[in-house]
Design a protein around this ligand. Structure first.
Ligand SMILES: NC(=O)c1ccc[n+]([C@@H]2O[C@H](COP(=O)([O-])OP(=O)(O)OC[C@H]3O[C@@H](n4cnc5c(N)ncnc54)[C@H](O)[C@@H]3O)[C@@H](O)[C@H]2O)c1
Length: 319
């Protein structure tokens, strides 16, 4: 049965942000259709109630039926591990640029006029002024340039075809369901999993790089706001907390919560990682949005999620 609130397509629905977003949309009474090729996301992440189609945005016709009757699209599917993107530029362009064009073309073909594009704070990596404001970007690395190119195509479809576009530049999003199968998993999940497993975690570089961390539910509350607030059409918003912490500080906080007695092992810095990220969130705040989950609460939620997941997996491996 069609939902009165609307039918929403989430690309990348089995991934970290997409699965949490899909769950929130379903809780709010939307009908949700999700596509994902499960290259990074997992079927386990998918919330119950979602209509899921395994589809690959590199091959537009695999998405055809998912777009029928859709009122708005959250385009989140992407390759987004910096190291992976750096090592595989062709794959990155195929997914993040051609894949985005494919999603845009499918929207045009099916008369879908509203799209929210998942952009990244990586767009600011060549600008050494903080906090980062939305008006100037300078992408350098493969990932950042691919997100820029995808974003430029979205802008083009807005101008040429009347697409109602909102672009969101997420900073370091964290919380349950992050992809920890990566070679270099996201920092918080990596620390928590190692400490829960009784192992020493790795810190790449000195640990003094500072990151603006934002909890996934706060990001998704902003997604919902965008869906319902026409003022966001045609605009770009930073989605961060407006404060930042060093990687060493994050380790200390998590260690204080888990009391594992473990110490980090320092490894050489990874290529292409920014020294500092810090969002200017004035534009998002003007719409009435505020981050609601502070770092300690967000970390406790993430720890609880990973503890439950690891004990389920340990129990399953005994059978
Ligand atoms: N997590 C962050 O901190 C962050 C920061 C800035 C921007 N972003 C952007 O947010 C979006 C979601 O990121 P995330 O952290 O949830 O990542 P994620 O890797 O968990 O989710 C991305 C999803 O896209 C899917 N996917 C990849 N290639 C695909 C393809 N060809 N066809 C269909 N599905 C495909 C993956 O399987 C995965 O489930 C991405 O566009 C990313 O660039 C994330």
């Amino acid at each position: 049965m069609a939902s009165r609130k609307g039918r929403i397509l989430v690309t990348g629905a089995a991934g970290f942000i997409g699965s949490n977003l899909s769950r929130m949309l379903l809780e709010e009474g939307y009908q949700v259709v999700g596509v994902d090729n499960l290259s990074a996301g997992t079927a386990e992440n998918l919330p119950s109630g979602i209509e899921f189609q395994k589809a690959d945005i590199r091959y537009p016709f695999s998405m055809t039926s998912a777009l029928k009757g859709v009122d708005a699209v959250f385009h989140l599917a992407a390759k987004n591990c910096l190291l992976d993107c750096l090592q595989n530029p062709e794959e990155t362009v195929a997914t993040n640029v051609q894949g985005t064009v494919n999603v845009l073309e499918m929207c045009r073909a099916h008369g879908v006029r509203r799209l929210i594009y998942a952009d990244s704070s990586a767009e600011y990596e060549g600008i050494n002024q903080f906090p980062s404001k939305e008006d100037a970007v300078c992408p350098i690395g493969t990932y950042a340039v691919s997100k820029r190119a995808g974003g430029l195509f979205c802008d083009s479809y807005a101008r040429l075809h009347g697409l109602e576009l909102t672009t969101l530049r997420y900073f370091n999003v964290y919380g349950p369901a992050q992809d920890f199968r990566r070679v270099v998993p996201p920092v918080m999940s990596a620390f928590i999993m190692k400490l829960l497993a009784g192992e020493d975690p790795f810190i790449y570089g000195t640990g003094e790089k500072r990151r603006d961390f934002i909890y996934v539910d706060d990001v998704n509350r902003f997604h919902l706001l965008c869906l319902n607030d026409r003022r966001t059409v045609g605009h770009v918003y930073n989605v961060g907390s407006g404060t930042n912490f060093s990687v060493n500080e994050i380790f200390t906080r998590i260690e204080k919560m888990l009391q594992s007695g473990r110490r980090p092992i320092y490894r050489p810095a990874l290529p292409g990682e920014a020294e500092i990220t810090l969002a200017d969130v004035a534009a998002a705040r003007q719409l009435g949005w505020e981050p609601q989950v502070d770092l300690d609460e967000g970390l406790r939620n993430t720890i609880a999620y990973l503890r439950a997941k690891m004990s389920r997996e340990a129990a399953a491996s005994k059978h």
